[in-house]
Ligand binder design. Structure first.
Ligand code: DQA
Length: 153
């Protein structure tokens, strides 16, 4: 079996994790999350490619670069689209074009917050949605891929 590749994509303002409303998003920085997840992935023989941007078009470009425009496309995506969750048809379309399983992660429980956060442009396309479990949500998403790859070539 060839090495599997997963992209970890984080959207706007998530570069501020640790400093940004820690009572909602926790004290862990994005760098901590990326390092920890990369270690877990490599222990499972998976390559993790981490990307964060505050710009919708940059995320669209990244998804095409690691997908249809790549000779070695990723096998899956873990994405926290952040505020773009509730607004971005463009990133939704980019993930549909990629046509690989993706998991939508939110640190906070979006259903226990403002009503506009309950709508996602991603959830109906995602294999699963994890929210409200803080940074552990990313680990759980990776765990799903480890199991998935063990049973799918
Ligand atoms: C978030 C929830 C979104 O509603 C919000 O815009 C974010 C972060 C989360 O991880 O809980 O920026 O995706």
């Amino acid at each position: 079996m060839s090495t599997k590749k997963i992209a970890l994509i984080n959207g706007p303002n998530l570069h501020l994790l640790g400093k940004r409303e820690p009572h909602i998003y926790g004290a862990t920085t994005l760098q901590d999350i990326e390092v920890h997840l990369s270690n877990l992935a490599s222990q499972a023989g998976i390559e993790l490619i981490c990307f964060q941007s505050n710009h919708e078009g940059a995320i669209v470009d990244f998804v095409s670069d690691i997908g249809l425009l790549s000779d070695t496309p990723v096998d899956g995506v873990i994405i926290n689209p952040a505020a773009f969750t509730h607004t971005s048809v463009a990133i939704r379309d980019a993930l549909s074009a990629l046509n690989k399983p993706f998991i939508e992660v939110h640190l906070s429980n979006v259903h226990a917050r403002e009503p506009f956060r309950t709508h996602s442009y991603f959830s109906d396309k995602a294999v699963g949605v994890i929210c409200g479990l803080g940074d552990m949500g990313y680990e759980m998403a990776l765990g799903w891929f480890v199991k998935y790859f063990s049973t799918h070539e």
